[in-house]
Design a protein around this ligand. Structure first.
Ligand SMILES: [Zn+2]
Length: 260
């Protein structure tokens, strides 16, 4: 089976035709999804999706793009939902320094990230990290908060050295739709050389589409597995099985009946 470790099935347009999308995905051997929410308005829906669909796992959190629209009441609600529900991870959280160019907004993102790292610490759950031009700042926060529960380093595009930094802190390296762009060299090197047991695959659908003005589809996951297999000279099924097992192990082997 293939496991899409980062897919916004909770967002439009995917949510609007979810049954069709899940059926099509299963036809393409995609039988597992980690679905991250990005702001308070998504949280309950995302938890519900995981409750209703055996192949969906949830993550809830405040994405760095939505830091300024979040308040203390949101943090209280986030903690409550995480305590009431045993499954969701903390995500999608992190730092995006392309979006936050001045020191003030960067500080705001760091504060929001660290508050959520402390929540993750208190419930001992992994996190889903969005990190754009902010790897060292993310790792600094993780160290400062003594966060040790690992997680998913989403949409990895860095160097091998950076990947090993994440791995040292218990993270799986999310390799995905960037591979669908010929010019993305660094991610090709990562896909080719990192140990397979440290990699998970993802589409980030409906975002990060390989085609302009089109939504990305979770069905591109099979293409991503095939590109990685080609780069490593192995069968795509091996990439599929190992990366799915990596994701499920980090998710704590939560006994969800997966359809084959
Ligand atoms: Zn995302």
């Amino acid at each position: 089976m293939l496991f899409d470790s980062h897919c916004h099935l909770n967002h439009k347009p995917l949510i609007e035709k979810l049954p069709e999308i899940l059926t099509q995905a299963a036809f393409n051997h995609i039988n597992g999804f980690l679905v991250p929410a990005t702001q308070a308005q998504d949280w309950e829906l995302t938890i519900q999706l995981a409750a209703n669909h055996p192949q969906i796992y949830a993550a809830i959190g405040i994405h760095p793009w939505f830091v300024s629209s979040s308040n203390n009441a949101n943090f209280t609600k986030l903690e409550q939902l995480l305590h009431q529900n045993s499954q969701p991870l903390l995500g999608e959280i992190g730092l995006d320094f392309v979006r936050a160019r001045d020191q003030n907004s960067r500080e705001q993102q760091i504060q929001c990230f660290e508050l959520q790292l402390q929540i993750a610490n208190s419930i001992k759950r992994p996190i889903v990290v969005h990190h754009v031009h902010a790897t060292s700042a993310c790792l600094k926060s993780i160290k400062r908060c003594s966060f040790t529960h690992g997680g998913f380093a989403h949409a990895f595009s860095g160097s091998i050295e950076e990947a090993h930094e994440w791995i040292k802190y218990g993270f799986l390296i999310g390799i995905g739709s960037l591979l669908l762009h010929q010019q993305a060299k660094k991610v090709r090197i990562a896909a080719q050389t990192l140990p397979l047991q440290n990699i998970v695959i993802e589409t980030d659908a409906p975002y990060m589409s390989p085609k302009t003005k089109q939504y990305n589809s979770p069905n591109n996951l099979i293409q991503i597995a095939k590109i990685i297999a080609n780069l490593r000279n192995i069968q795509w099924e091996e990439v599929a099985e190992i990366t799915a097992a990596n994701a499920l192990t980090l998710l704590g082997n939560i006994p969800k009946p997966l359809k084959y």
